[in-house]
Design a protein around this ligand. Structure first.
Ligand SMILES: *Cc1c(COP(=O)(O)O)cnc(C)c1O
Length: 390
């Protein structure tokens, strides 16, 4: 094998490890060593590795045609959109929630770019372009989403960034109120701060943001790139909160690891784009769309229940371990705040055959495939317990 440093940009810090195949929540390397995968491709794996129905859906579409462009109707894309819209509808906290229309792209950052553009387009008729965003947020790496991201480290060296993003503290409703002015067109937030340590929004915060948006005619844009597609134990995090967003962005789990992003919009936002306003060559690609349809179809009440149960087992098993200060999150998006640096714990777990991720200097992030079994949860807890006790 060539050296990893020979030809690739050195923008990632990679573990010295490659896999040959996987099954469910397990991965295997060339030496035949088995790993329990609690990273799940960074929260992208819903159905696990080599899920037979997903593999068949992808192979079937690839064998017919891979791409024709959005100049034509794409039945798989229409099907994926219908399934997503249907899955967005729910009654929660006594309210009927849901979204109406889908735009497909290829990643989370692109979905957020589309959300920013739709909000600006709608605001342009009344001279409004500012979007309220939060410190510690992560919305992506392209310039618009990067400008909306509340982590100065990621901005360094890339200025000037697009203007018009106003930063306030997360979970601070009063700050959001104070930031609204006659130039504001939208609020963009994550229901759970994923990259910054898995910090969930307070229910009053998100409901208060919805009320603020109604009152001031702003769009509520929810970045569910990490929380969407059943990751938290409901199809979308906004179902948990009983909040009706105008726009929801998705990506990570949507096509089980094939590149795909989506923007779902309700009636206040959907008319925002007219032909020619926005587009993507690959967006809603037939193979990715077939995968997304298979994923969304596989998410039923039983799987949602499964995600909540496995998540609860993890929380109960993690909380009493030595060195654990706090376990945060919901479903299978969990952050474990430690009394020590997370990096060494991640490495020690990997040496013992368990793949986990960090989210900030002292937080472990657990995002296993949604199909992870109770026995695998126990096995992971045993490894983490061993590492933290060592
Ligand atoms: C991962 C992530 C993104 C960026 O998604 P990419 O597909 O890497 O562009 C945006 N927002 C949130 C909340 C994320 O977790």
């Amino acid at each position: 094998m060539t050296d990893e440093r020979d030809y690739l940009f050195q923008n990632y810090v990679r573990a010295p490890l490659a896999f040959t195949h996987g099954r469910g929540a397990r991965l295997y390397d060339a030496a035949g060593r088995e790993y329990l995968d609690f990273i799940g491709g960074i929260a992208t794996s819903c159905l696990g590795h080599a899920h037979p129905r997903l593999v068949a859906a992808i192979a079937d579409q690839a064998g017919r045609y891979i791409h024709v462009s959005n100049l034509f109707r794409i039945p798989e894309q229409e099907r994926a959109a219908r399934l997503l819209v249907e899955a967005s509808r729910a009654t929660a906290h006594g309210r009927k929630l849901g979204l109406d229309r889908v735009f497909f792209c290829n990643s989370g950052t692109e979905a957020n770019e589309a959300a920013i553009k739709i909000a600006r387009k709608r605001g342009s008729t009344s001279g409004r372009h500012e979007i309220i965003v939060t410190h510690k947020s992560f919305h992506g790496r392209t310039l618009g989403s990067l400008a909306a991201t509340g982590n100065p480290r990621y901005h360094q060296g890339f200025g000037p960034l697009p203007e018009g993003f106003v930063f306030v503290d997360y979970n601070d409703l009063a700050a959001a109120h104070a930031a609204v002015n006659d130039k504001t067109c939208a609020v963009l937030v994550e229901p759970v701060l994923g990259e910054s340590g898995v910090i969930p929004a307070d229910p009053e915060y998100l409901r208060g943001l919805e009320a603020l948006c109604r009152e001031r005619d702003l769009l509520l844009l929810l970045d569910e790139v990490q929380t969407g597609v059943a990751r938290t134990g409901s199809m979308f995090a906004f179902h948990h909160y009983g909040v009706q967003p105008d726009v929801v962005t998705l990506a990570k789990g949507l096509a089980n690891g094939l590149p795909m992003g989506a923007l779902l919009a309700g009636e206040r936002a959907a008319p925002g784009f007219v032909p020619g306003d926005h587009g993507s060559t690959f967006g809603g690609n037939p193979v990715a769309a077939a995968a997304a349809a298979a994923v969304v179809e596989a998410i039923d009440d039983e799987l949602l229940e499964h995600v909540s149960s496995r998540g609860a087992e993890l929380v109960a098993g993690l909380a009493p371990l030595p060195g654990v200060r706090l376990v945060r999150g919901r479903g299978l998006l969990l952050g474990v705040e430690l009394d020590r640096p997370a990096g060494a714990v991640v490495d020690a777990c990997r040496e013992r055959g368990l793949l986990v991720l960090s989210a900030g200097p002292d937080v472990l992030r657990l995002t296993p495939p949604l199909v992870v079994t109770a026995a695998e949860v126990e096995q992971a807890l045993a490894v983490i317990g061993e590492v933290l006790s060592a």
